[in-house]
Design a protein around this ligand. Structure first.
Ligand SMILES: C[S@@+](CC[C@H](N)C(=O)[O-])C[C@H]1O[C@@H](n2cnc3c(N)ncnc32)[C@H](O)[C@@H]1O
Length: 214
């Protein structure tokens, strides 16, 4: 996602107050320390402008959410949206997925959402795909034993690659569809910015849930 440098990005982020985790390491790696209750914690990696996390947190007030995004100027827009929503069960953090095992205790996260992750179509860049087996190992470490990844994308090449990676790494697949918007799983769907744009252009949306291997 190309984003113009935001004016006053640091001040705007600071104005979002306590929903912004400026240093996850301070939270002693236990994500429960970030929230005032013991509810389960789910993370979205690459949250973009935040439509999905706001919609999902509104539907699930008894779940805590942490939106992760590596581009500060994109995260500002998500943070402002969350702040304006008045939600108290969502926080944001500017960090990279590759750091997750340094930021969280093992087996501390209940679910990971990956929505419209960058496809990195060139094979020499495949290690950058967020469903590459190296990332799956990171997710396996931080997820609880019954943890899951919920993944959706319009990009069929990335989806096929991801299904292979999940299978090779022994993740169990469930609720697989190549056309989410015409499937039984649409009822609980929360759209992302990319999903609205690409489904509007006529692309079908692929979705799968992957359960952590034992
Ligand atoms: C194509 S956009 C999709 C945004 C949003 N999820 C949506 O569906 O509208 C992918 C987002 O993932 C973020 N991203 C890519 N790699 C990342 C990483 N390693 N760690 C954290 N965020 C990442 C990008 O900065 C970008 O905002």
């Amino acid at each position: 996602m190309r984003v113009k440098k935001k004016k006053h990005g640091a001040e705007r982020m600071a104005a979002c107050g306590d929903i912004v985790i400026s240093d996850l390491k301070i939270a002693e790696k236990n994500p429960k320390n970030l929230f005032p209750n013991d509810n389960e914690v789910r993370i979205e990696i690459g949250c973009g402008k935040g439509d999905f996390i706001v919609g999902t947190a509104e539907k699930n007030p008894d779940v805590n959410f942490l939106a992760i995004e590596r581009v500060h100027d994109v995260l500002v827009m998500a943070a402002e949206k969350i702040k304006a929503s008045g939600l108290t069960n969502v926080k944001v953090c500017c960090c990279d997925a590759k750091e997750l095992t340094e930021l969280f205790d093992a087996k501390s996260i209940d679910r990971i959402y990956l929505n419209f992750s960058d496809p990195w179509p060139k094979s020499r860049h495949e290690k950058r795909r967020l469903t590459h087996r190296n990332f799956l190992e990171i997710y396996k470490t931080i997820l609880k034993d019954d943890g899951e990844i919920h993944f959706k994308t319009d990009n069929r090449g990335l989806f096929d690659f991801s299904l292979e990676e999940f299978k090779e790494m022994n993740w169990m697949l469930d609720k697989l569809t190549f056309d989410l918007h015409n499937s039984e799983y649409m009822e609980n769907n929360v759209m992302t910015e990319y999903e609205r744009r690409f489904s509007g252009l006529g692309f079908s949306i692929n979705r799968v849930e992957a359960k952590k291997p034992l």
